[in-house]
Design a protein around this ligand. Sequence first.
Ligand SMILES: O=C[C@H](O)COP(=O)(O)O
Length: 252
Amino acid sequence: MRRKIVAGNWKMNGSKDLVNSLVGQIRSELASLDNGVETVIIPPALYVGDVLSQAGAALTVGIQNVSCWDSGAYTGEISAVMARDAGCSVALVGHSERRQLFGETDEQVAVKVGKALASGLDAVICVGETLEEREAGKAEEVVSAQIRKAVADVSNGQWSQVVVAYEPVWAIGTGKTATADDAQAMHAAIRGVLKELGAPAEEITLLYGGSVKADNAAALFGQPDIDGGLIGGASLKAEDFVGICRAMPGES
Ligand SMILES: O=C[C@H](O)COP(=O)(O)O
């Protein structure tokens, strides 16, 4: 059965004060939630330990990026092995901000996916088209190519650690969300690509990201191929984030 996941990517936001006020509040408000959602908090790496100390068993913690290397003279890098050692369970890989602002290539994304999986982390592989690509009718082609490259070296025993997050670049932080129908269509296409690649596609969790809020989450999460969300801005306020977690339908 697919997992249902709501992950909050804090990006380069936060402080010890925010960790102290936000994490405990999320934890206590989600304590009574019984819809089966797994909640993940992905803070800046410096705050992973602080979040872990507040998270308890109900919340899991992730890292926003991992290195292509395991250790050595790579100043400023953090390896997947270190993230796992520090208590992370999840790594984001290939977020569009990494691709667009830091020039991360499909080849690097594939290496990072391999490093995350080998270290025992779940890899949340981010894919998505730009507005220009969507308007040119190339959205599925772009996303399909990103996935094929990112998972090229995933072995049969590793698929249970793979999560794909579809985040149309034009929807990130813009307040523009893909319609539930458009997001569903892309998620179905992603599942189709994974199936073609020989992955257990029906078992793989697919997240939608891009301006998800408490008031649009239910429509998105109600789609048959959308198993949760990767949340940016709305993950920084307990009420908004908890509202999104609550929008996940329970077991049918
Ligand atoms: O990682 C999260 C996504 O980039 C979505 O961000 P957003 O919810 O602020 O649009």
